[in-house]
Design a protein around this ligand. Structure first.
Ligand SMILES: NCCCCC[C@@H](C[SeH])C(=O)O
Ligand SMILES: [Zn+2]
Ligand SMILES: [Zn+2]
Ligand SMILES: [Zn+2]
Length: 307
């Protein structure tokens, strides 16, 4: 069977074996921990990048694959890990980042859904949780967090693609991430969650049109990151508060992290703007990942300077 490739969409089996191999490749810079299992019992393995240190370092948390069909997202998290390890010691900014901070990377948050898109329904979005009383499966993990839960831009219909779940953190995948971030909130300085598509760099809030207290700073950093991204291939992103920039949507992980106190909280909507949508060709994985690296490094360096 085909091996893992950074320029292909790897199925879960390949991502899982990649996680095992990459996390044992360089004991000084990377380690792994399972933060819980999914509904169907698959491990949620979190990678920790950063020079080993006896003292606790400030951290950035990034998740990919919260929505199953957004395949370019897990592809980016894999790319980020590869770039971090391969440019440490060579790229001054990456070296400084991993010396001073840790970067937690969750390559695939919604593992059950991701596997399902490879095996059954390419357009699946939600988790794969089941509950008596409904023949419909799953909830939208990005409507399941404790942030204006189920008030706007979400549905209480289990058959909806934006079903908010039966309660806050009803989805074990969301709860596992929320538990980890709660446990580590004193060290987590930034939260990044990677989605597709639309080419947007969004920040709180989506559950209200109210602006965040730190709106101007969040916007300034987002515009800087978008400019960095655009410098490579000219790809244009729109930056802004989510409710007005995309649509109102309550229960999101970014809004929740921001209200928990993680100041720098961003949602990426990667390529494209609709020509291929979720079915972004594999030929665009490399350019998408390389340009997105510039945006993520921009945000990371800003966070680092403002520790
Ligand atoms: N916290 C919500 C940010 C705005 C919506 C993001 C998109 C990604 Se597909 C969504 O969850 O519908
Ligand atoms: Zn999404
Ligand atoms: Zn999206
Ligand atoms: Zn590169």
């Amino acid at each position: 069977p085909r091996a893992h490739s950074y320029t292909k969409y790897n199925n879960w089996d390949k991502v899982e074996s990649w996680i095992a191999s990459i996390s044992s490749s360089n004991s000084d810079l990377i380690s792994k921990q399972v933060i819980g299992n999914t509904y169907e019992g698959r491990p949620m393995t979190l990678l920790k990048l950063g020079r080993k240190s006896s003292s606790t370092k400030p951290a950035i948390f990034m998740d990919c694959g919260i929505h199953a069909r957004e395949w370019i997202s897990p592809a980016f998290c894999q790319w980020f890990v590869k770039e971090a390890l391969s440019t440490y010691g060579r790229d001054a900014q990456m070296t400084s980042l991993l010396d001073e901070m840790d970067v937690f990377v969750l390559p695939v948050l919604n593992v059950d859904g991701y596997d399902y898109t490879h095996k059954s329904n390419r357009m699946w979005r939600k988790t794969r949780s089941r509950r008596s009383g409904s023949s419909c499966v799953g909830a939208d993990p990005n409507r399941n967090f404790d942030a204006g839960w189920c008030t706007v831009g979400a549905s209480n219909n289990p058959c909806s693609d934006i079903f908010c779940g039966y309660k806050i953190e009803s989805e074990i995948e969301a709860k596992n991430v929320a538990d980890f971030i709660r446990r580590n909130k004193s060290i987590i300085k930034a939260y990044l969650t990677v989605h597709s598509y639309s080419q947007l760099l969004l920040f709180p809030y989506a559950y209200t049109y109210e602006l965040s207290a730190t709106h101007s700073e969040l916007l300034k950093v987002a515009e800087g990151a978008s400019a960095a991204l655009r410098s490579l291939y000219g790809t244009r992103y729109t930056s802004g508060p989510a409710a007005a920039t995309i649509y109102p949507a309550a229960g999101g992980s970014d809004d929740w992290a921001h209200d928990l106190g993680v100041k720098y909280s961003y949602t990426f909507e990667l390529r494209d703007t609709g020509r291929y949508g979720f079915l972004l060709p594999e030929s665009q994985i490399k350019p998408t990942c390389e340009e997105t690296m510039l945006a993520v490094k921009y945000i990371a360096s800003y966070v680092q300077k403002n520790l």
